[in-house]
Design a protein around this ligand. Sequence first.
Ligand code: SGN
Ligand code: CA
Length: 505
Amino acid sequence: MLGLLAYSCTSNPSDEDHTAKKPNILYIMTDDHSYQTFSAYDDRFIQTPNLDRIAKEGVLFKNSFVTNSICAPSRAVMLTGKFNHLNGQLDNRIRFDSSQATFPKHLQKAGYETALVGKWHLKSQPTGFDHYEVLIGQGHYYNTDFIENGTRKRSDGYVTDVITDKSLDWLDNRNKEKPFCLLLHHKATHRIWFPDTALFKEFEDVDFEVPSNFFDEYEGRVAAKEQAMSIDKDMDLVWDNKMMDKEGEIQTRLRKPYANRMYSRLNPEQKAVIDAYYDPIIKKFKADKLTGKELALWKYQRYMQDYLRCVRSVDNNVGRVLDYLDENGLAENTLVVYTSDQGFYMGEHGWFDKRFMYEQSLRTPLVMRFPKGMNAPKKVEELVQNIDYAPTFMELAGLDIPSEMQGKSLVPLVKGTKSDWRDAIYYHYYEYPGAHSVKRHYGIRTDRYKLIHFYKDIDTWELFDLQTDPAEMHNLYGQAEYGELVSELKERLGELRADYQVAAD
Ligand code: SGN
Ligand code: CA
């Protein structure tokens, strides 16, 4: 059974000496960064030495998952330690109820100086922070606006650099008498994967390995067939691949938004560098007149180039932050977390985007470098989920974990003192109808099997054996020899739903 353990730790917020020794928390999160493009997890596409450094000096969670693979819901889970059916953030469209308890509020009350810089995306005003500078909605890659403690301001430059600069400024000017908790939340590597012009040279001549199921035909998987996130059909040549030709011959659905919302934000110098880079590619693209599979593969290569350049910029900027901690004597007493709000498809099943309970978007990278003393560098195999972050921060801060938090602190896993752990995780995606047309679904994943129920205007089940079919191509549901396994998984799923207080459909 799922034990919702509450670790009781001694805390005495009024004892200043004790408060001063509380570890700082630096919680870095990117948007849509896949584990496939983080070299401590997978080094086929890119080396990420700075992200890897956190893993090397800390802990890499090999089986890290989200509860709902989409932005606002995932952020709400991380803040509250509760599933979306209880924190109310079922999808991106809902406004986060910021009156509820969150870990920043608990830490602030316990004497932490708290700040949030970067993506928020929860619509309501951030609460629980002494300082915040957040993007408006998704924000922009270039010259983006921020809401700084209630006031709108524009910051010139490339967003990953700007968010890092602002974070370092805050660290420099914070109240140094108090421990800090900084949420440094990047916009990158979100669509439209607009790279920093300084990084155009990177990955220029690389021919990226194409996933074996890039041309998946979704046999036996009805919901997968009906999505709208395919590189072939749904990736926009202008919006996503930046093929805005001056002659206006490439007219796509999203050409106008690209021209008006992305390109027009650039200053003349930025435009000049961007044109100088893309114009020859556009020219060749037009001359080549690709169609069918060749065109899909071309889009995949362009997508990978731009996406990986965004990862490169994240890695460089994480390096700046780690250096700052070293140079300011903060490294030893700071928990450094790097994660993403969910995973992403790098062409697997022919896709970009996320949402599905399939591995690439169910998983999210998670590395943590703990304060000195409790850091046994290692890899953790247990199934962990984004509900666990808030309890982890609470325990590290020496606070009691509120009983309504549904996750578990990861500290015992790292110290090697855990007595039991979960044997399965629960997932639930709700944003349908909606962008990319991924049907509503919920399910269970154990270390070996995954059972998913797609519902609403559909009623289908899928079962995968991750050991024999890691790419999730063969739906075993309905095959007689798996009948008993399906019954067991359904029972376990029912238990999870009951434990997590999911109301009956
Ligand atoms: C935008 C994107 C979608 C993406 C959602 C949610 N379109 O609408 O592709 O799925 O955000 O992303 S875009 O072309 O306008 O970028 S999330 O990470 O915020 O959940
Ligand atoms: Ca996201």
